[in-house]
Design a protein around this ligand. Structure first.
Ligand SMILES: [Zn+2]
Length: 129
């Protein structure tokens, strides 16, 4: 019997949101990503993908892309480490981080970073108080 854990998938880079507790991810294989100095990046912006998803009904049509918690995974070609940048409220969710790592076939050791650009409406509101 074939054991699926023995199949090696290529790691992927991508962007993601958490919408109503559902993880929405768009990704490309590492080899299809864009080289930018010492980094490899997912090649599309949050706003472009969100607008595409709104047209096909995958994202809420009335919500701007900044409303929900979001982030991205990028790769440092110098250190050979995957870095996950995300809203603070996502970084606290170990279950979600594990799911993102699983879906993108990332190695166990990755770097987690917050990013001041990635703040959902709830976090923006809380930071202002
Ligand atoms: Zn947030």
């Amino acid at each position: 019997m074939m054991n699926s854990t023995q199949i090696r998938f290529e790691p992927r880079l991508g962007i993601f949101w958490l919408v109503n507790n559902k993880l929405l991810i768009d990704s490309v294989e590492l080899s299809q990503s864009e080289q930018y100095y010492d980094y490899r990046n997912y090649p599309h912006s949050h706003i472009d993908i969100w607008e595409q998803w709104q047209r096909i009904g995958k994202a809420p049509p009335e919500s701007p892309y900044e409303e929900y918690p979001r982030g991205r995974v990028t790769y440092d070609t110098k250190t050979k480490i995957f870095m996950l940048f995300a809203d603070k409220c996502l970084l606290k969710r170990r279950d979600l981080i594990a799911k993102i790592k699983e879906e993108l076939h990332l190695p166990n050791k990755i770097t987690l970073e917050s990013d001041s650009h990635y703040r959902c409406f709830d976090c923006l509101h809380n930071d202002e108080e």
